[in-house]
Ligand binder design. Structure first.
Ligand SMILES: [Zn+2]
Ligand SMILES: [Zn+2]
Length: 344
């Protein structure tokens, strides 16, 4: 078939938006469990991440795996721009994609993991960030989790991913420029100043411990967007000491517990967890301030946010709830007694 020729993974440059697009045509063949789980009883034996499958085998608490259906490939040609015709540019799909398994238990989720399990996960993230920064071409190892079929994740076994980019993705580039600009203007850190201001008037703070705040930010794009921000100036997860690792584990679990309690009825809140560590192999990385962002399309029972005309056409978000109101809802939500016990 003619179309079978068009299968080369690559990056292409959008010259109007000045950003790269990843083309991953081979990912179309990856397994999709969602349909099976929707129509049949849950079968753990066809899950590739369970201990009885080759990838999940062995004795482990948390585990790193290569992504078998990677959009980015560390064995691809180096990332070098190539001009096509007079205006177009393309590059290889160099980069790296990994899967991080959170637990051997197929039916666990981030919110039901024990505290020690989450600490082990944070330590694995530290190790992967450190290792990935040793690849000299990498610029941004992106630690994240996609959860729930509502946002397109078909694999229910608790896991996250790491995408390592050989350039700054658009959002990272914007944040990077903001940190540098603010620092050049004031010799201070933008997020340090934001945290100080939020703590002076904590109406958007959901909870805090000695090392982190969790809040619905003043500038939330999504109704129940939550940011976890380090209280002191830490560029990345590898600068955290053991007690900061413990406190990060505690506050992340608590936010996921609040999400699950908010959606209720024993359902898991669909969300994206995006971790923003300092870029690597670049000067001025110390200007970056560690933070995590959670986004969910949930707006209220039976109400979902879809990115539509305004968001997709202009990148301009419309949020129908003020952050102060939804911070209050998340602050007051009742975490179930089972979850609470696991938190203590
Ligand atoms: Zn499984
Ligand atoms: Zn800072």
């Amino acid at each position: 078939m003619e179309e079978e020729k068009f299968t080369t993974p690559q990056h292409r440059w959008d010259p109007l938006l000045k950003e790269w697009i990843i083309y991953a045509p081979r990912r179309n063949v990856r397994p999709f469990q969602g349909k099976q789980f929707d129509t049949k009883p849950k079968k753990t034996w066809d899950c590739p991440f369970c201990p009885n499958a080759p990838e999940g085998a062995g004795n482990w608490v948390v585990k790193q795996l290569p992504n078998r259906f990677a959009a980015l490939d560390e064995h691809a040609l180096p990332f070098e721009e190539q001009t096509i015709g007079s205006v177009h540019k393309q590059a290889s799909n160099y980069g790296k994609c990994e899967v991080i398994l959170y637990s051997q238990d197929h039916n666990a989720s981030f919110g039901t993991l024990s505290h020690d399990n989450i600490v082990a996960l944070v330590e694995l993230w530290q190790e992967r960030y450190r290792e990935l920064s040793k690849l000299p071409e990498m610029k941004f190892p992106f630690i994240m989790e996609n959860r729930g079929k509502e946002i397109g994740n078909s694999m229910t076994h608790p896991h996250g991913q790491i995408y390592s980019f050989p350039y700054f993705p658009p959002k990272v580039k914007k944040k990077w420029e903001s940190f540098i600009e603010y620092h050049n203007d004031s010799k201070k850190c933008l997020l340090c100043d934001i945290v100080a201001e939020e703590m002076r008037d904590p109406k958007r703070i959901i909870e805090q411990n000695v090392d982190f705040i969790a809040e619905v930010p003043f500038y939330a794009h999504w109704a129940f967007e939550v940011h976890i921000i380090a209280k002191t100036h830490i560029p990345s997860i590898i600068e955290m000491n053991p007690s900061q690792v413990e406190n990060l584990a505690r506050i992340m679990k608590s936010i996921v517990n609040r999400y699950d309690a908010l959606i209720g009825n024993n359902r898991l809140m669909p969300y994206v967890m995006a971790m923003f560590n300092a870029p690597v192999n670049t000067s001025e990385r110390d200007v970056w301030h560690f933070h995590i962002e959670f986004y969910t399309p949930f707006r209220g029972q039976g109400k979902w946010k879809f990115l539509a005309g305004v968001e997709l056409g202009t990148y301009n978000f419309i949020n129908d709830a003020l952050p102060e109101k939804n911070a209050l809802i998340l602050r007051n939500v009742k975490i179930s007694s089972i979850q609470k016990e696991a938190n203590d």
